[in-house]
Ligand binder design. Structure first.
Ligand SMILES: Cc1cc2nc3c(=O)[nH]c(=O)nc-3n(C[C@H](O)[C@H](O)[C@H](O)COP(=O)(O)OP(=O)(O)OC[C@H]3O[C@@H](n4cnc5c(N)ncnc54)[C@H](O)[C@@H]3O)c2cc1C
Length: 519
């Protein structure tokens, strides 16, 4: 996946079948689906792939136990099916994970036990290990750090877990594998209309500053929380349809949850579900649900959210985590489709919505990472009818995503590269200096930076430390210290000078400081 080649293709293609705006889960899914059906496809992303919400999730591929509680069976059924398909199609990134609900009062055992049995049944033949009731001793054995006072038992069930931005990068690579094109740092600045109908977009290459007109039969708006701003390029007076809710997480050292099971708290005081999940040898705890008015590119967790997460986590952990323990904090913005005047964002629908404007801009929004494939299938089906394209069947149910392999890598941290892991390892064998770590507290080696620049379209220090590797989330301070090493390697691979390096490091530090929690 090479940016220069992508730009070449854009310059030399007169018209595309599909132009997809937005390189998050939704847009990447649509572009993969369209390219897999043989349509000529271009995806443009204004920043980096998954820079928005899609790198800031709780990292779960799940049916959504919470939606079961809300009685939204069809959403749970669809998500459980997609969970099963994604485990098959990206086994290098999606894993089965045990979740345990610690039980502290007599009625919760049967209540959650029955709920989880229903969850098992809904998954049908794509199900994981069956749920079960654990004794107090077994619960303590599986989660040695769980609060023992008053603990009666546990209810265990299984769900999926993944690495969100790595999946996004692999989806972008899949677009190329299928003959399509995807490019980062290329915002859509305006839409092009022909006889009142959408016929393409004006895109701007942020690296060269050049603007180009891109023509396409179908233009898909998959811009998450920016959905309405693109809709307004089409219809300046369009009413907003997206409501935004912020969710934050804290990352703690593994010592807070040393086993292999996650903790699921089904009911926090604001009626949400709270997770503490082992992830890349650390623990991700979250999330929150707070309506916000401003849509920033770098949302910041609010102090109340951090307080809420730490206070609630402390109720279930024998040793309460403090601000000092936090290695990183991150926030994401949920694009929720507005229904009337709903104030409580936790109650808004997590289903996806497809809208086709009078001038034929196809907008797709809502949903969740887990269901991105089905969302894309629906969008491309609608687009075929809208643009009168020849009907081609969706093929993504069994499409192996780039990196697909069932063979685990020898190095656990290279396993996220799947089938590419040996090639990353080989870089380090050919040039032994690349086998060195980028920072003593981070698990990544220099070869991964070179790989990210050469094969994964990483252009900035942040692309490498936040989304190709997850250094920013695993240790924000350590990642700031690693920035200069990463900038050096990127400059070498991309042919950049000293001034570029200095700016790259300082740009990264500005962003990364927002992930550091002051004591
Ligand atoms: C806190 C939180 C936790 C979550 N946890 C989970 C979970 O565990 N499991 C799960 O399944 N789902 C989860 N979700 C939901 C999931 O993350 C989202 O549904 C999904 O990431 C949305 O993807 P998207 O592509 O629609 O939006 P985004 O990822 O935001 O992508 C939209 C992209 O469009 C780009 N863009 C905007 N305007 C333009 C333009 N003019 N030109 C070009 N590009 C543009 C943006 O830069 C952005 O990258 C969570 C969400 C949140 C907020």
């Amino acid at each position: 996946m090479n940016r220069e080649k992508a730009i070449d293709r854009i310059e030399n293609t007169e018209s595309w079948d599909f132009l997809v705006i937005g390189g998050g889960a939704t847009g990447l899914g649509v572009a993969v689906d369209a390219a897999a059906r043989g349509y000529s496809t271009l995806l443009v992303e204004q920043e980096d792939f998954a820079k928005g919400t899609s790198s800031r999730s709780t990292k779960l591929v799940h049916g959504g136990v919470r939606y079961l509680k809300q009685g939204n069976i069809s959403l749970v059924l669809e998500a459980l099916r997609e969970r099963g398909l994604l485990c098959e199609n990206a086994p290098h990134l999606v894993h089965h994970l045990s979740f345990i609900v610690p039980i502290y009062s007599w009625w919760e055992g049967p209540f959650y036990g029955i709920g989880m049995k229903i969850y098992d049944r809904l998954a049908g033949k794509l199900g994981m290990n069956p749920s079960k009731i654990l004794s107090r001793e077994e619960t303590l054995r599986r989660i040695p750090t769980v609060e023992p006072r008053g603990l009666q038992r546990g209810v265990e069930y299984y769900d999926g877990q993944f690495d969100d931005s790595r999946l996004a990068v692999n989806l972008a690579q899949t677009i190329f594998d299928l003959g399509g094109t995807a490019v980062n740092y290329m915002p859509v600045a305006a839409l092009i209309k022909d006889n009142g109908l959408i016929a393409g977009a004006v895109v701007r290459d942020l690296e060269s500053g050049k603007e180009r007109n891109v023509h396409a039969k179908v233009v898909v708006n998959a811009t998450g929380v920016f959905t309405d701003s693109v809709r307004k390029m089409d219809e300046p007076g369009a009413k907003n349809i997206v409501t935004v809710s912020q969710g934050s997480h804290v990352v703690l050292p593994k010592a807070f949850l040393p086993g292999r099971s996650a903790i699921m708290v089904p009911h926090t005081p604001d009626g949400r579900v709270l997770f503490a999940v082992p992830w890349h040898d650390h623990v991700v705890v979250g999330t929150t649900d707070v309506a916000v008015d401003t849509i920033g590119r770098e949302p910041r967790p609010m102090d109340e959210e951090i307080g809420f997460i730490l206070t609630n986590a402390a109720k279930y952990l024998a040793k309460a985590p403090t601000r000092k323990d936090v290695l990183s904090v991150f926030a994401g913005l949920r694009p929720l489709v507005r229904m009337g005047d709903a104030k409580n964002t936790a109650a808004l629908s997590r289903d996806h919505t497809i809208l086709i404007s009078n001038s034929r801009l196809l907008t797709i929004t809502g949903g969740k990472w887990t269901t991105f494939r089905k969302m894309a299938e629906d969008a491309v089906n609608q687009a075929q009818t809208m643009a009168n394209l020849d009907k081609r069947r969706c093929t993504t149910e069994a499409l192996k995503i780039h990196g697909w392999t069932k063979q685990a890598s020898d190095s656990p941290f290279l396993s996220v590269y799947g089938a590419d892991a040996p090639a990353v390892q080989e870089l380090a064998t050919l040039e032994p200096a690349l086998a060195e770590k980028i920072h003593p507290e981070l698990p990544y080696i220099k070869a991964e930076v070179v790989w990210a620049a050469c094969e994964e379209m990483a252009r900035t220090v942040e692309d490498v430390l936040s989304r190709r590797t997850r250094g920013l989330l695993l240790g924000a301070r350590a990642s700031i210290e690693a920035a200069a090493v990463v900038a050096d390697l990127l400059a070498r691979e991309l042919g950049r000078d000293e001034a570029w390096k200095n700016k790259a490091v300082s740009d990264y530090q500005t962003v990364a400081r927002g992930y550091v929690l002051d004591d």
